[in-house]
Design a protein around this ligand. Structure first.
Ligand SMILES: Nc1nc2c(ncn2[C@@H]2O[C@H](COP(=O)(O)OP(=O)(O)OP(=O)(O)O)[C@@H](O)[C@H]2O)c(=O)[nH]1
Ligand SMILES: Nc1nc2c(ncn2[C@@H]2O[C@H](COP(=O)(O)OP(=O)(O)OP(=O)(O)O)[C@@H](O)[C@H]2O)c(=O)[nH]1
Ligand SMILES: [Mg+2]
Ligand SMILES: [Mg+2]
Lengths: 277, 291
């Protein structure tokens, strides 16, 4: 016992199933199992619980991506929030605003989703709930022009943080990706240091399509961080591992509910423990 | 019409004259991988590939002179059978009031689907009434009212009332106005939220719907099985709507949902506008999943 012979095919096959069922994906799951076999050999792991812990340690390693936070953030600190439809962008913005307000920051929310029914009103409610300023035009207005207005208003009112909500958009829709690229250009032209953060919101229930989402949004905008939402469900958000490995993007926050407080900092060991506790 | 992935599997098999059991096993592994990459749940994949392997090891394939073609035919047939095997028409009646309820996870596309169904059925001669029974999401009522207004379809709403009161009020109004199709939008909820699933059961008991649609996002991963199973267990939905099919997700969740509930997918959402609703095509979905 203690060599790689102590675990049979069924053991590894069951682990691989567990990885796949967490949405880690076929290729990465196979790599993880290969890595585990190597580690079992190297560390002479002899028991199933130890092997399981070794696998979790491997998974945690996959998720470590570091990016330093600003010591002296410029003002306004601008966060652009993007992602496909229904993932939780607007709600996440409300939660982030609440967190920032709790730290004594002044916050402004910009309603750059001028397309979807009820989007402006939804964000306005979050602004009210969080004591944030609110800037919007009207349904059907040009999204980039609202972004411009928001930049101007944030500076004029001297807010610490401006968070821009954008319309959900499928990454395979060229005209919609052109629009978000235009919004980014307008922000940059207005304020060269902005946006300071471009957050892509990903739904934890999403399968392998999350890889394509990140690929395209990253290619078009240059994403600086991910938020993974709806981890309070039964989806494990395993696709985060392949995302971390492939794009080296930090997961900034996770969403764990629909309430204003349901936002947590990302912590790799906690994430993996929740996945395979 | 077969997809690229299928061609690759087929071509690998075609290289051989007659097939050995090993050839078949390898091809089945290829299919398994393709389905997993398409987000079909791993348990559903195992069941599916076991069925394919069994059929493929039959005389038909092993003795065929075009075994590759035979194998691909088996896979495609199994898949199409699973996708469309439960097809049935909607239980909506011409000369009375019909009620449908839409339910599903947060953000799956229910509110949008309500407006789409309203337009779809109005074109068929129905008089729809949309019901804004999501009393918790910020501006959910505004969202449905805006959609209804743009279509010229009435929306029943009662801000400040509880969900069940809204449902009762809506049914009452529908009866007095002679609406032929009451479409009830509900709040997104987790299948593991006991309280909210309880509320959903109460909505269905009060509404006594002719159809209950489970609304699911086409990009859902492995978790689709758990969600569908639980929703089915609680409310025995009668049909599914797969949304955001205009995206590029392979949509394996469709297979998982069909396999685990046996309930037909009736519609697919193919865009954000109210006219972006299509009837489900099993054959097309099978090709898409295989990639
Ligand atoms: N359970 C749960 N629900 C969430 C979470 N985050 C958001 N939601 C819900 O998901 C649904 C969609 O959230 P939105 O904030 O409207 O999503 P969005 O990305 O802005 O949607 P679009 O603007 O339409 O693209 C709402 O019902 C939210 O309450 C989360 O972490 N957990
Ligand atoms: N591209 C595309 N977007 C869709 C489709 N169906 C819905 N959406 C979008 O998905 C997002 C969520 O749709 P909603 O109708 O608000 O979803 P919901 O299930 O009612 O959300 P909750 O009430 O918060 O649970 C919106 O941005 C919709 O425009 C579709 O078929 N294609
Ligand atoms: Mg939004
Ligand atoms: Mg809704």
């Amino acid at each position: 016992l203690g060599s790689e012979g102590s675990f049979d095919d069924d053991f590894y096959s069951a682990l691989e199933d567990a990885l796949i069922s967490a949405d880690i994906g076929v290729e990465l799951s196979t790599n993880i199992i290969d890595g585990l076999k190597e580690r079992i050999r190297r560390d002479k792991i002899a028991t199933a619980p130890e092997a399981y812990e070794a696998m979790k340690a491997l998974l945690v390693e996959q998720l470590q991506v570091h990016r330093l936070d600003e010591d002296f953030p410029p003002k306004p600190w601008v966060i652009l929030v993007v992602g496909v439809n229904g993932v939780g962008k607007t709600t996440t913005i409300g939660k982030i605003a609440h967190e920032l307000r709790g730290k004594g920051k002044s916050v402004m929310l910009g309603a750059v989703d001028t397309f979807r029914a009820g989007a402006i009103e939804q964000l306005r409610i979050w602004a009210e709930r969080t004591g944030s300023e609110f800037i919007a035009q009207h349904d059907g207005a040009d999204a980039a022009s609202v972004a411009f207005d928001a930049m101007e208003a944030a500076r004029a009112r001297n807010v610490d943080v401006l968070i821009l909500d954008t319309a959900g958009r499928l990454h395979n829709k060229i005209n919609l990706m052109n629009e978000i690229e235009k919004i980014l250009r307008v922000i940059r032209r207005n304020t060269p240091h902005a946006p300071n953060e471009i957050l892509l919101v990903v739904d934890a229930t999403t399968g392998q399509n999350a890889m394509k989402q990140v690929a395209v949004f990253n290619d078009v905008l240059g994403i600086t961080g991910l938020v993974i939402t709806k981890l309070d469900g039964t989806a494990k958000g395993g696709v985060a591992l392949a995302l971390a490995k492939t794009y080296r993007l930090p997961i900034k926050k996770i969403g764990v509910g629909e309430g204003i407080d349901d936002l947590q900092d990302f912590n790799a060991p906690t994430y993996i423990e929740a996945m395979f506790g | 019409e077969l997809s690229h992935r299928f061609d690759a599997i087929f071509n690998r098999l075609r290289g051989h004259g007659k097939l050995s059991e090993d050839n078949i096993a390898e091809a089945v592994r290829d299919v398994k991988r393709a389905l997993l990459e398409a987000d079909v749940n791993y348990r559903v994949v195992k069941k599916f590939t076991a069925a394919v392997q069994e059929k493929a090891l039959g005389a038909e394939v092993l003795q065929s002179i075009t075994p590759g073609q035979q194998f691909v035919k088996i896979v495609h047939n199994e898949l199409t059978q699973l996708m469309g095997g439960n097809e049935r028409p909607l239980k909506l009646h011409a000369n009375r009031m019909n009620v449908v309820v839409l339910a599903g996870l947060q953000g799956s596309g229910k509110t949008t689907a309500c407006a789409k169904l309203a337009l779809y059925f109005r074109k068929q001669g129905h008089q729809p009434l949309l019901v804004a029974a999501d009393t918790q999401r910020p501006a959910a009522i505004d969202q449905l009212e805006t959609l209804g207004k743009a279509l010229g379809i009435p929306v029943y709403a009662d801000r400040g009332k509880k969900t069940l009161q809204v449902v009762e009020g809506a049914l009452s109004r529908a009866r007095s106005e002679g609406s032929s199709l009451v479409i009830i939008d509900t709040a997104g909820r987790l299948h593991i939220d006991i309280e909210m699933m309880g509320e959903l059961k109460e909505i269905c008991n009060a509404a006594r719907p002719d159809e209950i649609f489970f609304v699911a996002d086409a990009m859902t991963g492995q978790d689709a099985v758990n969600v569908a199973e639980q929703f089915y267990h609680e409310i025995h939905f009668t049909g599914s709507i797969l949304t955001k099919m205009d995206g590029d997700a392979r949509g394996g969740a469709a297979l998982s949902i069909l396999d685990v509930t046996g309930v037909p997918i009736q519609f697919v959402g193919v865009g954000e506008k109210s006219d972006a609703l299509e009837v489900f095509h099993p054959e097309r979905m099978a090709s898409r999943i295989l990639g």
